[in-house]
Design a protein around this ligand. Structure first.
Ligand code: MN
Ligand code: MN
Length: 268
């Protein structure tokens, strides 16, 4: 079973608020009659027996957010084994991985983002949306972290990447048909600003020079991996244009689900 849950939280955003409205916008786009429920690869997600959506976690009381999210995720993964999380800003990924790693040893993470999000702290906040992968790596919650789409590294972040042994494929080095292969369970963390702002204007941090829609879809479809969890974060509906970015997030939601249900690649 694959359980969807939303985390409407953006208190750890450093620049703009808005991603708390992400889960509702993604669900609305997913259920919009402007498209159907089929993935490109032929999986019908409408009333699919292995999918459930438990709605949003109530995070209106912002005390103990990390404990609340990680406890809930742990509970879901115990029951359902696989999870898809809708954000929310990227700070939610640290508590999500805390919950997921309670059930999966040797966890791999594929992080798709314009930013490495490995600051030791950002403007005094250790749990900023600019820090989750520093917290994950120093807590040794993942055996392997691969980052793609990255195009904003400063010296501090390069040092952090070296220190934690992160495999960062910078956007300037990306080539299409780059096949990514993972042994053991894989969690995908998709920050919507990994896409070029031309494709995804509805994010807080516009960083030019990013992925096309097709590049990220192909990357997911060509993965050789057993995906046990994913998040789609940093959609900021306040910045979106005609729901383009919400529709893209919903499409990624479909393609990631389809790949979780049927991990085969075209070459298998
Ligand atoms: Mn991010
Ligand atoms: Mn980002």
């Amino acid at each position: 079973m694959i359980t969807t849950i939303g985390f409407p939280f953006d208190d750890h955003s450093s620049f703009l608020r808005g991603p708390a409205k992400g889960p509702a916008a993604i669900r609305k786009a997913f259920h919009s009659p402007s498209s159907n429920y089929f993935s490109e690869t032929g999986t019908d997600l409408q009333d699919h027996l292995s999918l459930v959506d438990v709605g949003d976690l109530d995070l209106s009381d912002t005390q103990k957010i990390i404990e609340k999210i990680s406890k809930k995720v742990e509970e879901i993964v115990k029951k359902s084994s696989k999870i898809v999380c809708l954000g929310g800003d990227h700070s939610i990924t640290y508590p999500i991985i805390k919950g997921v790693s309670a059930h999966y040893d040797n966890l791999n993470i594929l992080h798709i983002d314009a930013h490495a999000d490995v600051y030791d702290d950002f403007e005094g906040n250790k749990f900023s949306h600019a820090c989750p992968f520093a917290r994950i790596m120093e807590s040794k919650l993942a055996k392997r972290l691969v980052q793609v789409g990255i195009r904003t590294l400063n010296d501090h972040q390069r040092n952090q990447i070296k220190k934690f042994g992160i495999e960062t494929i910078e956007m300037r080095d990306w080539t299409d048909h780059h096949k990514l292969k993972f042994d053991g369970p894989l969690y995908i963390s998709l920050d919507m600003d990994a896409f070029d702002p031309a494709y995804a204007p509805g994010v807080s941090h516009h960083e030019p020079g990013g992925f096309t829609t097709r590049q990220v879809i192909s990357l997911i479809q060509n993965l050789e991996a057993n995906i046990i969890g994913a998040d789609i974060v940093e959609l900021n509906p306040d910045r979106d244009v005609n729901g383009i970015t919400a529709t893209l997030a919903a499409k990624m939601y479909k393609e990631i689900h389809a790949k979780m249900i049927n991990p085969k690649t075209r070459d298998d």
